[in-house]
Design a protein around this ligand. Structure first.
Ligand code: PBG
Length: 323
């Protein structure tokens, strides 16, 4: 045998020398859940170790993340049921929980990168990402709400706007609204290929944002489709997106790779709540080694082609020095 691939695996030093993929703190984005009130911190039952924070505790949490070199945060609000309506008006009310949170984070930590989620569902009395009429999700009418929401986020100090709603044309619409209002420097991280996935369950528990009827299949993508992701990615790029995201991550590594191979833009992947829950549940039962399972997951998402990873594991991997 002339070729013996095992030679490059014979020692830790050589294995590290030839390692192709690395995950570093710079690649990680930490999703954080916000609730109203003072000194609140409630654990999400289906996501052990992940909490909903009131703004004061959110600031403490972000401060401890920054000390670990974790600098990027994606914020999600848990909105009281009585503030929800059909048009998600709470999403752009100046004194809303979410806008106050963005302002406080940027005031206290101007160096932190704040990513904001643009979608109606946490504020919608229907629990959908768009305006509902007779059971139908209206596309173009929804864009108006998304534009108002995105503008409010930019005015509050968001660094990156992340539309997660999957309405057609929303990236271009939001880009125009931002530019017309002088926010040419605010970035857009588009959820380009967002699938109608079973893996969002724990997130909807965290925010109490599950759809009140039906499902999201008329706007989120069919898990069976790969090439359709290219249409979404191409449109988002043409409409001015700065990042293209694939979501979920682990069951869609092929989609991450496909989009990566077809764009020059950075690709992001969202290692979602259900992926986190499934790993944690197995770890709690002693069925997986925690450090090895989590670092393997993150490395694999990077290997598939993701530049940035949104993951609930972000803080623990740095706290435990697993990277
Ligand atoms: C809503 C939104 C969802 C997630 C991020 N933004 C859920 C959904 O589409 O129902 C899921 C994130 C996760 O599961 O971790 N627009």
């Amino acid at each position: 045998m002339l070729q013996r691939p095992r030679r490059n695996r014979k020692s830790e030093v050589i294995r590290q020398m030839v390692q192709e993929t690395h995950v570093s703190a710079a690649n990680l984005i930490f999703p954080l859940f916000i609730i109203d009130g003072v000194n609140q911190k409630s654990e999400v039952a289906s996501m052990p170790g992940i909490f909903r924070y009131s703004i004061d505790n959110l600031l403490r949490e972000i401060e401890s993340c920054l000390k670990l070199g974790l600098n990027s945060f994606d914020l999600f609000p848990n909105i009281a049921e009585d503030l929800k309506d059909k048009f998600a008006t709470e999403s752009y009310r100046d004194e809303s929980l979410y806008l106050r949170a963005i302002r406080e984070v940027k005031k206290n930590f101007p160096e932190a990168c704040v990513i904001t989620d643009v979608a109606m569902d946490p504020y919608s009395s229907d629990g959908h990402d768009g305006i509902v009429e007779n059971g139908v999700i209206l596309n173009d009418e929804t864009l108006d709400v998304l534009g108002k929401m995105a503008l409010a986020h930019a005015q509050s100090g968001a660094d990156i706007i992340a539309p997660s709603d999957m309405m057609d044309g929303r990236v271009g619409y939001i880009r125009n609204v931002l530019d017309d209002n002088g926010f040419t420097n605010v970035s857009i991280m588009s959820y380009s290929a967002k699938y109608a996935s079973a893996f969002y369950g724990p997130f909807r528990d965290a925010l109490n944002s599950a759809p009140k009827f039906g499902d999201k299949k008329t706007y989120q993508m069919n898990p069976a489709n790969q090439r359709e992701a290219l249409i979404e990615a191409e449109l988002d790029e043409l409409e001015g997106a700065d990042f293209l995201m694939v979501k979920p991550a682990l069951p869609y590594l092929d989609v991450i790779k496909l989009i990566k191979d077809n764009t020059e833009l950075p690709v992001a992947a969202y290692n979602v709540s259900g992926e986190y829950a499934m790993i944690k549940a197995a770890i709690q039962r002693g069925w997986l080694n925690e450090q090895r399972a989590i670092t393997e997951v993150l490395t694999s998402i990077r290997r598939a082609g993701a530049t940035a990873i949104l993951t609930y594991h972000a803080k623990e991997v740095l706290e435990n020095k697993w990277l």
